[in-house]
Design a protein around this ligand. Structure first.
Ligand code: ZN
Length: 141
């Protein structure tokens, strides 16, 4: 299918230009050049799919032009999570994670500057989830 080919071409495009902040027309042109011509609607759909998967960041610049940049790698792993020690369910913590990520990025950047490589952060909060800690209340709610 042509969409599969375009998906691969899009991934290769950002692989080759990791710092690129591309607009839809620029991506459309680049895909055509790469031998995977797709129409505007398909390009938007591809970009949105990549953004939804966390591979690309969608941003609107000062001129109100939507640009797509490669999402920083490892960001997903930086998101703190909570793990229940009883039932071992995991919960992603979205609240306050922006601040944590900003702080961690500075730490990672400092380590990278010092020459360390392959850095990954995993933050997990352990405890008992609401269901395990208060079974009766959980059932009532
Ligand atoms: Zn639990």
């Amino acid at each position: 299918m042509r969409a599969t080919r375009a998906t691969r071409a899009l991934a290769q495009l950002y692989e080759a230009r990791p710092d690129a902040a591309l607009t839809e027309p620029e991506v459309e042109t680049a895909l055509a050049t790469a031998g995977a011509p797709v129409n505007k609607v398909t390009v938007y759909r591809l970009l949105d799919r990549f953004a939804a998967a966390g591979l690309l960041h969608k941003q609107v610049d000062a001129a109100r032009v939507t640009r797509y940049t490669l999402a920083p790698q490892g960001e997903e792993g930086v998101a703190p999570r909570f793990e229940c020690d009883d039932c071992h369910r995991q919960f992603r913590l979205s609240q306050g994670s922006a601040k944590v990520q900003t702080a961690l990025k500075q730490v990672l950047q400092a380590l990278a500057t010092a020459g360390h490589e392959g850095l990954a952060v995993d933050i997990a909060v352990h405890g008992r989830c609401a269901d395990c800690a208060h079974p009766a209340e959980g059932a009532a709610a």
